[in-house]
Write a protein that binds this ligand. Sequence first.
Ligand code: PLP
Length: 384
Amino acid sequence: MKELSKIMRNLPQSGIRKLQDAAREVPDAIRLETGEPNFKTPDYICEAATQAMKDGFTKYTAVPGIKTLRDVLAEDFTKRLGIEITANQIVVTGGATMALEITLGCLGNPGDEILIPDPSWPVYEMQVLSHGLTPVPYVMPADNGFEPKRENIEPLITDKTKAIMVNTPSNPTGAVFSQETVQMIMDLAKKYDLYVLSDEVYDYLTFEGKHYSLKTLDDDGRVILISGASKKYAMTGWRVGYAIASEEIVSLMNQLMVPTIGNATAIAQKAVEAAVTGPQDFVEASFQDYKKRRDAAAAIFQEEHVGFYYPHGAFYMMVNIACCGMDSEEFALKLLAEEHVAVAPGGTFGQSAKQMIRISCGTEMEELCEGIRRMCRFIKKYTK
Ligand code: PLP
């Protein structure tokens, strides 16, 4: 038979998925590898979906999403960002994953270069490659709190550079970019005429300092803000995310929505509308919970004298495993086999994190702490 897609066959495998598959074979494993809230979707959100089904709201919707949802999102982002966002600047998609995917589809031509953070969520690289674009990683130095400096980015910009992807608060590092970093990125984007894909799905999880949205510095429509309901409302399985962009870009995105998904799931859109307009107590309570977990995790690493990087946002933590002299994937698989703890290998997030692993504080407190204790024991056992 004829050859299948070269691009797809050469796409790197996510190291997180690999560990997830391996962890499924260890039934009592403590799962710290996945970036998923352990909470259930709040009842008032589920009830809105049930009601939508009962009302027969089960048909195709408008391509960019139902107007009532885009109106409430526009109002919410306008209030939170302090700049005017209209419903016409929003496309509701199948998760933030798809919002990123259709944005890349609208911005790039084959051969264009896209700057991606190193370390970053492995999906960025896969998405860039799957569009026939070239990923160019820029290092986020650990000794600068995983915030990029101008010299980490500017020398990589060429005539082919089309866009820069940014993620604050960051998965996997938990870094929250300062105002200076955000301003520096926007200055470079303007100087070299780049689009900015700003993934801010963790904007509500900023424990110290303040979240600076790159969209607030956008005065000519070059920033595409990516967000979603998965993490904030514990709705990972509902698959709803959004892209906020200029009307020109939105019109191309709508064109790409047609052959890809048509529209986001109707009842899930109704559920997210309820999530955004309803009481926000869940968001506040889960914020406090994640913060407590982050603090407890940090306390154990300090007590055990194991090197880790203190995160100021999101629900992840990077741990230094250089002392063990193992590749991060080898470390993760051995840890799973010996201590029944699954973690994400740093190498899957980028070259610069090959001597780190990522844990997710999406897991509830007791398991999280037990998993970390076992990992510390493992690190001490193999320290050279
Ligand atoms: N962006 C980042 C940085 C993420 O960590 C994730 C999920 O882990 C996503 C986007 C995807 O979110 P969604 O479930 O809305 O597709």
